[in-house]
Structures are given as C-alpha cells and as structure tokens.
Design a protein around this ligand. Sequence first.
Ligand SMILES: [Fe+2]
Ligand SMILES: [Fe+2]
Length: 275
Amino acid sequence: MTPVHICQISDPHIALSGSAADKRYNGAAGLQAAIGHIRALPRRPDAVVITGDLVCEGSTGEYERLAALLAGLDQPVYLGAGNHDDRDNLRRIFAATHPYLQQDGPIRYRQRAGGVEIVMLDTLQPGLHPGRIDEDSLAWLRHCLNDTETAPLLLFLHHPPFVSGLTTMDEMRLENAEALAAVLQNARRRPLALCCGHLHRPAMASLAGIPVCAAPSSAFHLSGWLEQPGKLALSDEAGGFMLHRIGEGGALCSHFLSVTTQTEPDFLQRDGAWQ
Ligand SMILES: [Fe+2]
Ligand SMILES: [Fe+2]
C-alpha cells in the first residue's frame, strides 16, 4: 500500500479579527503557520483533519475567517466539532464546499484518504464544555466498525477519552469513554488509533487497548504541570500539528510537528559521516 499521510490540526480557535480572543490567542496566526508548514512538506499529505474548537464563539463571522485561512490548503479538509463550535453556523458556512457536512444532527462521517478510512465522531454537547457521544452515534460507530469495510481506519473526535492529570481539563473530558471503549472492545475492525484534541498539548494514552493520541493546538498550549485543581495554566510552548503516516499493512506512526519559524529543515552533509 502506498503510504497515506494525514495531517491533524486541532483547536485552531479562530476569533473575529481584533476581538479580545483574537488578541489573546492569535489563533489565525497559529493556523496560518501550521498551514505554511503543511504546504512546505516534501510529500503532499493526502488529507487534513481538524479535530474541533475550530473557532472561539461559534459565530458565522469566525467560520468565514476560518474558511478564508483554509483556502491555503489544496487537499481535502475534514472538519470536526468541539465544545467551542456551533453545528448550525459551521454547516452554514462550510456545507456547500464540504459535502460530507450536509446531513443534520451530529457532525459525524466516514471518508477515504487513499487506502485509509477516516471516521469522525461528534462529542459536542451544546452549551457545555465536557463531551459526550450520544446513543445514536455509538450505534452508528458500531455499524462502521462491523460492516464489510476492511480498510485500516483512524477514528477522530474532539474530547479525550482518558484522564490526563490536567485536572481542570479532565473535568471536561469525554463523559462516556466507557461506552466508547465497549464499542471498540467488541469491534470486528478496530481503529489503528483514536486521534483527539481539546487538551491543548500533545499526549498519549490508550482505550480498549487502542492507542489514543491527543494533538497539540495550533493556537495555544496548556502547561504540562499536572494535578493542579482549579487552575488552567497557559504555556509558551510552540504549537503544532500531527502527521499520521499509515504504511504497509496499516502500520501507523504518528509524528508531532512543532510549528517554528523554520518551515524547511537544515540538511546535514553526508560526507563520510553525517555532519
Ligand atoms: Fe480547545
Ligand atoms: Fe475543546
């Protein structure tokens, strides 16, 4: 199988230009930088998946700004919803150009990137910060994992289905991770990995024996200081995105690419030894 490269951006938190949130998080600049790095990659990624918190307030103006930024990508882009999103406004701006968004209800879908299936779940509960997968979506996922499809699959969702030690974020994690684990445990076709966001820093865990990878935000990072009840601390770590490579036999390797001012690497010279 030709290797499939899927970039995962998360939590871009686009705000209206000049708003307080725009000044504080600078989400547009972070997303623009991530897109610049993706465009500079020597192997063009097959797809870009964005795992929610696309914008800050869920307004149509914010989604319009996001759409303008995403015009810088020339591969299929798949959008997911997070706790800061508004399904109706997201669809209002993107449904015409992103046909997989045209159904009503939760923003969930299956798409192909080369030989890999992308499955998106919706964990948004309007007006709440914690996430939940509704019963209908769990039944839909059960069907996806047990029909006749055989392609390796990556499962995307916004809220982490694990406890991270970032106490305040853990209070707004996926509420029914056990129900998701039960669907995965009994599935005929198990995802290669679960790819989430929301945590605003890269982290790894597992669920039902399947790797779970939390992507960093392209906008801002939370500090890695754990067990700090009642606090939410920002860090000045560089943002970034994930590059998931699926090779022969569905072998997955997920890379965290930090977004720095340098979009292209310095190459060492192979002159006897690398130097
Ligand atoms: Fe977020
Ligand atoms: Fe979130």
